[in-house]
Design a binder for this molecule. Structure first.
Ligand SMILES: [Zn+2]
Length: 297
């Protein structure tokens, strides 16, 4: 009976006679410090735990919905140029599509029929997607004006699979780089409605200028220049970096070329590559862009 009754009065800690001994309503507060603080102390961690759980749920949901799409794009276009897009497992021919995404488009990356590996290495696309999401969230919380974030998220959604294709077959397919560029330019245009027009002008000059420089290197240097796929990716890279400012554009290019030089030297020293080898440049453009925007923010 002591368990269901009102709390036993502690000598010296009784309620003042003018205060009601009724317990406080759930979630409400009362002026009686003795009664108010235990529920208050309990509520705060519960709210925090709920917020963290909701954020985790949203992240898991985003990864579950977006990463199969990115895996599918990488699988489909990781074929040498001129060949038709891949539609299924190389080993047994089982179709892989969004109607039956598991397990081929999941992190395990295995064919549902013959268990052969399908597409990029297990967990790589998921980790890249998670890193992109973390970068966008970090910029939303602590970065400069958030106007360009929708464009950045759109760009990552197309560029991450494009980079996996570049790593696999050394090409950046138009089907990924052109939608990336179109959406980036459009969303930066929308963001301009709420920002100084100088941002959009820099983005346009940066995107068009960088693409032109890359494309002319293809025409002048042939094989030793950039690919036309790199030039099409540069349309969106230059626009995004230009939006954030000329120093950010310069920093992005420095990071991309610096990393590419470091990796090339490493591969040469390890005898994994020769002077004539051609490294895919898409991954470095992605890292340079994200690195510069994060460093600037
Ligand atoms: Zn198979």
């Amino acid at each position: 009976m002591a368990l269901t009754g009102p709390p036993a009065a502690v000598p010296g800690r009784e309620n003042p006679p003018d205060r009601s001994p009724v317990p406080p309503p759930p979630g409400g507060t009362t002026e009686s410090a003795d009664q108010a603080w235990p529920p208050g102390r309990r509520e705060r961690p519960v709210a925090l735990v709920q917020a963290v759980a909701r954020a985790r749920l949203a992240t898991v949901f985003a990864i579950l919905t977006v990463s199969p799409l990115m895996r599918m794009a990488a699988l489909r276009y990781s074929v040498p140029s001129g060949l038709p897009s891949r539609t299924g497992c190389d080993a047994c021919g089982a179709l892989v599509g969004l109607t039956r995404p598991w397990p081929a488009l999941g992190p395990a990356a295995r064919c549902g029929r013959c268990r052969a590996r399908v597409g990029p290495l297990p967990w790589t696309v998921e980790i890249a997607g998670l890193a992109g999401l973390a970068a966008v969230l970090l910029l939303a919380l602590a970065g400069p004006s958030g106007g360009a974030l929708p464009a950045l998220a759109w760009w990552l959604g197309w560029t991450i699979p494009a980079v996996f294709v570049d790593l696999a077959v050394h090409r950046l397919p138009d089907r990924l780089t052109l939608p990336a560029a179109a959406g980036t330019w459009l969303l930066l245009g929308v963001a301009t409605l709420d920002a100084e027009p100088g941002h959009w002008l820099r983005a346009a000059v940066g995107g068009a200028g960088l693409a032109l420089v890359f494309a002319s290197s293809t025409l002048l240097l042939g094989h030793r220049g950039f690919g036309l796929g790199d030039a099409k990716l540069a349309l969106s890279v230059g626009a995004l970096l230009g939006w954030y400012g000329w120093p950010v554009l310069l920093l992005g290019l420095l990071v991309a070329f610096g990393l590419s030089a470091l990796v090339s030297m490493g591969l040469l020293v390890a005898r994994r590559a020769r002077w004539s080898s051609h490294l895919p440049f898409g991954p470095f453009l992605l890292l340079g862009t994200m690195g510069a925007i994060l460093l600037a923010g």
